[in-house]
Design a protein around this ligand. Structure first.
Ligand SMILES: C[S@@+](CC[C@H](N)C(=O)[O-])C[C@H]1O[C@@H](n2cnc3c(N)ncnc32)[C@H](O)[C@@H]1O
Length: 223
């Protein structure tokens, strides 16, 4: 399980392979820049880990990190004893970076575009730091929310972080949609109703020393 990156058709869906935001775009982004130099890099996923603890997600429960890329969240969860971990990203190159840090770890790696993904199971926690905000069209967001709907049973938890209204308007040259907590929750609730447990504003320090404002929401699916 930990040695194979599953590649699904969605990784090239919609002819977005070479286009901005498609798998080749993101593969190139990860191949051209050391992970620790990427603007979103964090040595430890501290906010995510704190929110996961606040939500009370058990170490035997399934966690999927959507748009997880090469994030160190999976390292932190593995070190804390989580045994049912999935990382999904449109970039297989990004997943390979994370996978190389965790040889033999029981992690499922899925290379696909979340907006056209059909989940084959349900998870206790959906985590997304800085992927949803790249979805700038209603169709992309509908695809994402359909996957979220299929992946989470009522009562399951979710954590989503995007750039805040005063955060950057672009990332990696791509436009992003910025949210405050109310709009992020109401956007998700168009498909998946959420009881919010925590909202948080975070100022992320990039490796270059810039500051980026993030909006975090954590909650549970209600219906
Ligand atoms: C800013 S990075 C954040 C990565 C990671 N969540 C972290 O916090 O380090 C955004 C990630 O979203 C991924 N991504 C962008 N669009 C995606 C899509 N449609 N489906 C799946 N992953 C996507 C990118 O490949 C990239 O790894």
């Amino acid at each position: 399980m930990g040695d194979v990156v599953e590649t699904e058709d969605g990784a090239g869906s919609g002819g977005r392979g070479q286009a901005a935001g498609g798998p080749r775009f993101w593969d190139e982004r990860y191949r051209s820049t050391p992970t620790g130099d990427l603007s979103w890099y964090q040595p430890e996923a501290t906010t995510s880990l704190a929110l996961i603890e606040a939500l009370g997600v058990g170490t035997d429960e399934g966690v999927v990190d959507v748009g997880g890329g090469a994030s160190t969240l999976v390292d932190g969860l593995h070190a804390r004893g989580y045994t049912d971990l999935t990382v999904l990203d449109v970039s297989a190159a990004a997943l390979s970076v994370a996978r190389a840090r965790l040889p033999g770890a029981p992690v499922r790696w899925i290379a696909t575009d979340v907006t056209s993904w059909t989940p084959d199971r349900r998870w206790a926690l959906w985590h997304d730091r800085a992927a949803f905000h790249f979805l700038t069209t209603p169709r992309q967001r509908e695809g994402y929310l359909a996957a979220l709907d299929a992946a989470l049973a009522p009562g399951a938890a979710l954590i989503v972080a995007t750039f805040a209204p005063d955060g950057p308007g672009r990332c990696s040259g791509l436009p992003v949609e910025r949210y405050d907590a109310d709009r992020l929750v109401s956007t998700i609730a168009t498909r998946v109703p959420v009881d919010v447990v925590a909202e948080q504003r975070e100022l992320h320090s990039t490796p270059r020393g810039d500051t980026q404002a993030f909006t975090w929401i954590a909650g549970r699916r209600t219906g």
